[in-house]
Design a protein around this ligand. Structure first.
Ligand code: SF4
Ligand code: SF4
Length: 281
């Protein structure tokens, strides 16, 4: 009894499955066909605008591209698909300018990630949706994107020339002023400080009212002061006393005896100096 039941159950399942399959077949039978007649329909074939087929430069109507050879796309390309060669050219204002020499793109290694397009600061790149890129050798997939002849550098406008001349003149004048300032500083005599005795001698000479005598006395006094300053020994380096020495000096100072204080101070400073010299050795 059980086997008859199983038989009809299996038969029902088979018929259901057959009907389902025929439903799909029937649906496809009446659906309009969209078979592409490629390559006969090349002219009116629909390719999605966002399809990434190959990288290219965006050229304007005059054949100019916007690449400034910054190298951002080359650095951002994850697999070294882009290679940029640059050159330096002289501009009309005497400066050097980096220019694109050769922009090479290898379609064979491109992953179409579009990082190059997105990071280009001048929007010089785009992906073409021209899908027919099949070639017989891999070397043909390596393309030079700046294939149009190089345009000469644009001529400067009168405003640019005027601005350039004004800047040049301003720079020249600034350099002249700086040179004059430097020369004046070199020529200016160093101020010489006269001591009290010399000041008195100068005042006495000025009291005579004789300009020749005043100038003579001033020159002599300044010369003497200069010599004295040159011969003066350098100030001794301050000697730092440690805590123990400071206490000993304070004890000597507490006695109020100037001779004893000077003696103790000299001895302590000598000891500190010796200690410092040993430390440096
Ligand atoms: S294409 Fe754009 S990112 Fe690449 S070098 Fe040129 S300006 Fe720079
Ligand atoms: S799309 Fe990606 S892989 Fe292709 S050149 Fe640009 S950055 Fe490189």
């Amino acid at each position: 009894m059980g086997s008859i039941k199983d038989y009809f159950s299996g038969l029902g399942k088979g018929v259901t499955s057959l009907v389902k399959g025929l439903q799909v077949t029937g649906k496809e039978f009446v659906t309009p066909k969209i078979t592409e007649k490629y390559p006969d329909n090349r002219e009116d074939m629909h390719i999605a605008q966002r399809f990434r087929a190959t990288l290219q430069f965006i050229y304007d109507n005059e054949g100019n591209h916007k690449c400034i050879a910054c190298g951002t796309c080359e650095r951002n390309c994850p697999n070294g698909t882009i290679s940029i060669e640059t050159k330096m050219v002289d501009t009309w204002d005497g400066k050097k300018k980096k220019k694109l020499d050769r922009y090479t793109y290898d379609l064979g290694s491109c992953t179409f990630c579009q990082l190059c397009v997105q990071t280009c600061p001048t929007n010089a790149l785009e992906f073409s949706n021209d899908f027919e890129q099949a070639v017989f050798t891999r070397s043909k997939l390596v393309k030079q994107l700046n294939y149009l002849p190089e345009k000469p550098e644009p001529k400067p406008t009168p405003e640019q020339i005027a601005k350039f001349e004004a800047e040049k003149q301003a720079k020249l004048e600034a350099a002249k002023a700086a040179a004059a300032k430097k020369a004046a500083a070199a020529e200016a005599p160093a101020t010489i400080e006269l001591d009290e005795k010399a000041k008195k001698a100068l005042a006495a000479a000025e009291a005579t009212g004789d300009p020749e005598k005043i100038a003579k006395v001033r020159a002599a006094l300044e010369k003497a002061a200069k010599l004295k300053a040159a011969q003066a020994p350098a100030a001794p380096a301050a000697i730092e006393l440690d805590e123990k020495a400071k206490k000993a000096l304070a004890a000597a100072e507490a006695t109020g005896d100037p001779e004893k204080i000077a003696k103790v101070k000299a001895a302590l400073e000598k000891a500190a100096k010796l200690k410092a010299e040993k430390g440096n050795a």
